[in-house]
Design a protein around this ligand. Structure first.
Ligand code: F6P
Length: 373
């Protein structure tokens, strides 16, 4: 009997997703004679039973394409937007899995997807995941595909910002994605030679950054590049935020709880304009002009790098092998350049952050990069 495999991509689109779809599909069809159907737009498509049969024709010519041919969404099985209301659609998803006589479901995505896939595995579905995100923050794997491409784009941006910063004797603050982890800002910051790198794992002090910029000026370098991760926070912010969270946990009554939650929501909003506020403050403290560049979704767009295509192909073909061996409830991962399987329980609920003593940080410090600490 031919095996029927469902496949979906979920979460933020990531370069290399199509390379993974192609690898898994081609290997499963040619080597193991499986049927592959691709659900549209992540878990939403699985809930609505919208799918396309993936054959060799559909899988051809997609290796170099950015985005995902299947479409994606951030919808979760247990909390899905249905006609403007949030509902738990797990049962419908489980029903569709059986209706399509699936032997297994492959979910390609980042931390949210791992959690959703694990949720479905707990309902008795045979699930395998592949780690994809530009943030590189999935636990259990050394690297996720998409990261290398995004790091290349952010590095090129930093390269280009150097000449304009230098010509105008300005501070240019470049905001890099990465959610709550600093991998992308750190990698691109080092590769692009940023003078200051700010990441969520190392809360920064604005006066320390200003001092390092002024020291550069004294050495005749009248410009500076600051690479800041979107999730980076100042030391003061972290203290106040932590205290607020503690007060929320110990709130005595509903009225004070509501007030504290409002305060927290205001602080969350404040942190989204963090980069602009930092630029203004550095301008005041250094008397140098400052400008901000937010790279945003540029980092997720376009052609995947060779390294991401290679990684996605290795993970995708290894996944086909696992499907044949019926190894389920696992994520296919890279460990010291070897492909391994990791139980989903060891992946979900963990954000892989940059260790403060990571070699990248040590190297950056040795070349004089300031981390604002
Ligand atoms: O997880 C990938 C990512 O690009 C993060 O770096 C970023 O915080 C987030 O997605 C942006 O999400 P969206 O595309 O939904 O705005």
């Amino acid at each position: 009997m031919k095996k029927n495999i469902g496949l979906l991509t979920s979460g933020g689109d990531t370069p290399g997703s199509n390379a993974a779809i192609r690898a898994l599909g081609k290997a499963a069809i040619s080597n193991y004679d499986m049927n592959i159907i691709g659900f549209r737009d992540g878990f939403k498509g699985l809930m609505e039973n919208r799918f396309v049969k993936l054959d060799n024709t559909m899988l051809s010519g997609i290796l170099t394409l950015g985005g995902t041919i299947l479409g994606t969404s951030r919808e979760k099985p247990f909390s899905m937007n249905v006609d403007g209301k949030t509902a738990d659609m797990t049962d419908v998803i489980v029903k569709n899995y059986h209706k399509n006589k699936l032997d297994a479901l492959v979910c390609i995505g980042g931390n949210g997807t791992q959690k959703n896939a694990h949720h479905l595995a707990k309902q008795g579905l045979n699930v395998i995941t592949l780690p994809k995100t530009i943030d590189n923050d999935v636990a259990g794997t050394d690297i996720t595909f998409g990261f290398d491409t995004a790091m290349g784009i952010a590095t090129e941006a930093i390269d280009r910002l150097h000449s304009t910063a230098s010509s105008h004797h300005r501070i240019i603050i470049v905001e890099v994605m990465g959610h709550k982890a600093g991998w992308l800002a750190l990698g691109a910051g080092i590769a692009g030679g940023a003078d200051v790198i700010l990441i969520p794992e190392i809360p920064y002090k604005t006066d320390v950054i200003a001092r390092s910029i002024l020291e550069r000026k004294e050495q005749g370098k009248s410009f500076s590049i600051v690479a800041i991760a979107e999730g980076a926070i100042s030391h003061d912010f972290r203290e106040t935020y932590a205290e607020l969270k503690k007060r929320i946990e110990t709130a005595k009554d509903d009225k004070s709880l509501l007030k504290l939650k409002q305060e927290k929501a205001e602080m969350d909003i404040l942190n989204t304009s963090n980069t602009i506020r930092l630029a203004n403050r550095l301008q005041e403290l250094t008397k140098l002009e400052a400008r901000v560049t937010i790279l945003g979704h540029l980092q997720r767009g376009g052609v995947p790098s060779a390294a991401d295509r290679l990684l996605a192909t290795r993970l995708g073909t290894a996944c086909a092998k696992c499907l044949r061996k019926e190894v389920y409830g696992v994520m296919i991962a890279l460990n010291k350049n070897r492909i391994i399987t990791v139980p989903l329980e060891e992946v979900v609920g963990i954000t892989k952050k940059v260790p403060k003593d990571h070699q990248w940080i040590k190297s950056a410090r040795r070349v004089g990069t300031c981390f604002g600490d």
